[in-house]
Design a protein around this ligand. Structure first.
Ligand code: PCA
Length: 206
């Protein structure tokens, strides 16, 4: 089973991003149950989804797990829906773009649902003691755009891939004053193992 895992570069004045830290950790680990490939994506509307869209056709992953950070959220956020909207007037991307009311894809459908087994993932995470919750908004910034673009490509080409987005809480070193909830990198790594196991188990049961 081929699993593509992505994280994002830092953005918006942050010096790091726990999702790219997760990707670096994955690169040092071995996962004998699956073929895992990673990417760190740029935080730009123009390029965020391009490497993944390309890989959907060349490497042909069975599963795409897109990770990013949502500072302020207390648990792992399992994003259920991506919407056809880019709207972040106060938050420039890493190329200085800050669109207002712009569609991700012109004439595209209003939204796509995640095709990951999110209910099973949530249960496994919670049973493993990792705070996890469904989220019904991936925002209107780069993470939502990436999720929408990947699901749109899979849908438009009827690709047999399960794909979706998972937001991580901030890491403790991003919030030195403790003003927002955080999650330790070790917990994020444990969460990743749970997510991988859930997907592999579900696939074996089909
Ligand atoms: N989080 C941002 C973009 C990159 C990231 O890690 C978002 O939620 O859109």
């Amino acid at each position: 089973m081929r699993i593509l895992v992505t994280g994002f570069e830092p953005f918006g004045g942050m010096t790091q991003n726990p999702s790219s830290k997760l990707v670096s950790w994955i690169d040092e680990e071995t996962f004998p149950e699956a073929e895992v490939k990673t990417m760190t994506l740029p935080v730009t509307y123009s390029q965020c989804a391009e490497p993944v869209v390309e890989a959907l056709h060349s490497w042909k992953p069975d599963v795409v797990l897109l990770f990013g950070v949502a500072a302020g959220r207390p648990s792992i956020s399992l994003e259920r829906i991506a919407i056809n909207m880019e709207d972040a007037p106060g938050l420039e991307d890493n190329e200085g773009e800050a669109p207002v009311d712009r569609p991700v894809v012109n004439e595209g459908p209003a939204a796509y649902f995640s095709t990951l087994p999110l209910r099973e993932i949530k249960e496994t995470l919670q049973q493993g003691g990792v705070p996890a919750a469904f989220s019904y908004s991936a925002g209107t910034y780069i993470c939502n755009t990436t999720m929408y673009r990947v699901l749109h490509e899979a849908s438009a080409h009827s690709l047999p891939v399960q794909a979706g987005f998972i937001h991580l809480p901030a890491s403790p070193d991003m919030i030195p004053d403790g003003s927002k909830p955080t999650m330790a990198p070790e917990t994020v790594q444990r969460a990743f193992r749970h997510i991988l196991q859930t997907i592999i188990k579900k696939e074996a049961a089909v």
